[in-house]
Design a binder for this molecule. Structure first.
Ligand code: FES
Length: 148
């Protein structure tokens, strides 16, 4: 009788150990898969201003793509010698826009979208204007910053 109870107790302990082991193995296998399929959201690097160019680097009627955080921006020196800056991400399907010197406007080559020098969408498929940035000149640096 006593042996039977010990055997029963040993068996239930081994069952518990086996189930626990398989459970741990399943958790160790499934958890990385779930984290891979649903990765945690990473906070966007917050960058509110950047040195986009040096003064004298850009002639009038030219544009320059610069990196603003994880996205491109475009700095334009107009024919009238003003600096303007926008997000270079087209509002249609997120292609990068460029300054078109011959027309003096901003062009998206993907689907022939156009924006004027205030960032307003003026032709083609872009449904909204480009995001407009502030431009300030400090010493030899042209600093672009987000509005607001
Ligand atoms: S992505 Fe710019 S016009 Fe389509």
């Amino acid at each position: 009788m006593e042996n039977y109870e010990n055997g029963q107790s040993r068996r239930s302990f081994l069952n518990w150990l086996l189930v626990g082991g398989f459970g741990s193995l399943a958790a160790a296998t499934i958890y990385p898969l779930v984290r891979f399929i649903y990765p945690p959201e990473l906070p966007q690097a917050v960058q509110n201003s950047v040195v986009a160019a040096k003064t004298g680097e850009m002639p009038p009627n030219s544009g320059k793509i610069f990196k603003f955080g994880t996205k491109p921006g475009i700095l334009i020196r107009t024919k009238g010698d003003e600096y303007r800056a926008f997000s270079a991400v087209c509002t249609h399907l997120q292609c990068a826009v460029q300054y078109e010197e011959s027309r003096g406007d901003i062009w998206c080559a993907c689907h022939n979208g156009r924006f004027d020098l205030s960032g307003k969408n003026i032709s083609g498929p872009p449904p909204a204007p480009l995001e407009v940035f502030n431009v300030a000149i400090r010493g030899e640096e042209i600093i672009v910053s987000k509005k607001g």
